[in-house]
Design a protein around this ligand. Structure first.
Ligand code: DGP
Length: 113
């Protein structure tokens, strides 16, 4: 996708602070961290949101969650963490390339705003 910010990060046209990468997924630090650990996990292939990702190859969906878990393990979030998938305007999604926020390193409050 030509105009997608996260596709440009995948293509290395825009730099990121990378945490983990494999053939299908990339994890990198959020530019505006909301917790001591705040990592974004994305599939390299463009899907607008989680609903579009889950309509595709199911192995990519399960691989996505496995990669999220690997990222949390790498970040040593042994005491727990939160996975957030903001979706659509009501969900507060600002970048239209599916991404999981992995947040941790402090106690997180509930409910979210
Ligand atoms: P969301 O609001 O759920 O769509 O989250 C988008 C996140 O993307 C937000 O937390 C800030 C982050 N972000 C936006 N632009 C950049 C960027 O250029 N680099 C990085 N690393 N993160 C970005």
């Amino acid at each position: 996708m030509n105009d997608c910010l996260f596709c440009k990060i995948v293509a290395k046209e825009i730099p990121c602070n990378e945490v983990l990468e494999n053939d299908d997924f990339l994890a990198f630090r959020d530019i505006d961290p909301q917790a001591p650990v705040h990592v974004l996990v994305i599939p390299k292939k463009h899907f607008e949101d989680i609903t579009e990702l889950t309509q595709g190859d199911s192995s990519l969906t399960s691989g996505f969650m496995e990669f999220v878990s690997q990222t949390a393990k790498l970040e040593k979030l042994d005491k727990g963490f939160r996975i957030v998938l903001n979706t659509g305007p009501d969900g507060g999604q600002s970048v239209q390339h599916v991404h999981a926020h992995v947040l941790g390193g402090r106690g997180l409050t509930w409910p979210p705003g």
